[in-house]
Ligand binder design. Structure first.
Ligand code: ZN
Length: 432
């Protein structure tokens, strides 16, 4: 096993020393505005706003019941939100009001109090943009199908130009936005806004969030696809558990994990890297991180296709037409190719094991597995489910639902939700 090989890129060796006197990596928390005011205050405020978003119009006593917070806490938060203009009196009649005394003030979100944008980057040639209001309703959308630039400054430029076009189409200025979220298929330090092991020739630890933020003058947050899809699930899915995981299977494997209503980020902002969970089994192709036994090295389409198509000698995953390779794999599977179907079966079994480990470890109410190339669900889904069923502890399995589905269309929605999180959490962003 060659897991001791150096990783692609090196944090200290490939980045310019922006702050040579600091021991912390530049581009980290020390370089960005402090965005974590008192945690309990942030959580309570976000809880109140989410309850209003889901149940409006609501009264203060409704909010006490919905959030479990004390009357004084609700009062303070509501007063703060009214003063900021995020809440307004509901226009709906005050249902349930008795004939005596003053009618209770019913509250709702002032949806137009803030607008945010989400950007979803898909390899190799698709970018989604959207603008949503404070309640998360879509105001404008744009999708471009140009190849993603392979250099950091050019990628930032493509994002800026797309956002400018989107704002124009909606009759808005970019300065009308209170925040922007960007989702990218890479290892992302969301706290620093930096991209590790990015696609193409982008330098390691490229500070994409800061570069876009400087050009637009709007607060920018960056995260990977797994976390953005988990946010989309938390904010926009019908069932809203506080404990769930979203697993993405595409060129690689990603995951976003919520526990107690909070995305698990870890101290690095890089938690949830299921794709680099070690299987203990060497894969025929090395993972982008340098190890040989990562889950992604077995089941990520960039590598799975090489194994299935007998192209193991093609060492570098880029450039590589993953869609064409995926189509070839699926065609051979449909023809009954024994080698290809065995590769897909094994991929499903390994994914099922990994997801069973997630269930046994953190006990989510729901695990959603999303295949970027939907046709693979037919081949990898059944062995995945069998493996999951066999390896999840029965009492845990009884409380965890597993959903396997195709399609990855709400990345920009999750990215916009990231920007909304900032507003819901605290008054450290400019409002429109
Ligand atoms: Zn890896």
């Amino acid at each position: 096993m060659l897991s001791s090989l150096p990783r692609k890129g090196c944090l200290s060796g490939s980045r310019p020393a922006i702050n040579p006197g600091m021991t912390k990596p530049s581009g980290g928390l020390a370089d960005r505005p402090f965005r974590r005011p008192d945690l309990s205050r942030r959580l309570n405020r976000a809880r109140v706003l989410r309850s209003i978003r889901s149940h409006a119009p609501v009264s203060r006593p409704d909010l006490e019941r919905l959030t479990g917070l004390a009357a004084g806490t609700v009062q303070t938060i509501v007063d703060e939100l009214l003063a900021e203009g995020l809440l307004e009196a509901a226009r709906a009649p005050a249902a349930g009001v008795t004939g005596r005394g003053r009618p209770r003030l019913l509250l709702q979100l002032n949806s137009r109090a803030a607008l945010v944008a989400g950007v979803g980057l898909f390899l190799p040639d698709r970018i989604q943009f959207e603008i949503v209001d404070l309640s998360g309703s879509r105001v404008a959308v744009l999708e471009r199908s140009d190849p993603l630039p392979r250099e950091g400054p050019l990628l930032a430029k493509a994002i800026v130009q797309g956002l400018e076009a989107l704002a124009r189409s909606a009759g808005l200025q970019l300065t009308d936005l209170s925040g922007i979220g960007i989702g990218i298929p890479a290892l992302v330090d969301s706290q620093a806004g930096a991209v590790h092991w990015p696609p193409g020739d982008i330098e390691d630890a490229y500070p994409l969030a800061d570069v876009v933020e400087r050009q637009l003058g709007v607060s920018v947050d960056l995260d990977n696809m797994g976390n953005m899809m988990a946010r989309a699930e938390y904010w926009f899915a019908q069932s809203r558990e506080d404990d769930f995981a979203v697993v993405l299977v595409g060129g690689g494997v990603g995951m976003g994990l919520y526990a107690n209503g909070q995305l698990v980020t870890g101290v690095s902002g890089m938690a949830g890297e299921l794709g680099h969970m070690k299987t203990g089994i060497d894969a025929p192709v090395r993972c982008a991180c340098g190890a040989w036994d990562c889950l992604t090295a077995h089941v990520g389409l960039y590598r799975l296709a090489r194994q299935a198509l007998g192209r193991l000698g093609d060492d570098d995953a880029w450039p590589f037409d993953v869609r064409d390779a995926g189509d070839q794999v699926l065609a051979l599977a449909s023809e009954g190719d024994a080698h290809v179907t065995a590769v897909l079966d094994r991929a499903g079994a390994l994914l099922g094991t990994a997801i069973a480990n997630v269930a046994n470890l953190v006990g989510p109410a729901r695990i959603v597995v999303i295949f970027e190339t939907g046709a693979f669900v037919e081949w990898i889904g059944p062995p995945l489910i069998r493996s999951f069923e066999a390896q999840t502890l029965p009492p845990v399995r009884a409380r965890t639902s597993l959903i396997v589905r195709a399609g990855l269309n709400s990345l920009s929605q999750g990215a916009a939700a990231f920007a909304l999180e900032r507003i819901y959490a605290g008054p450290d962003v400019k409002l429109a």
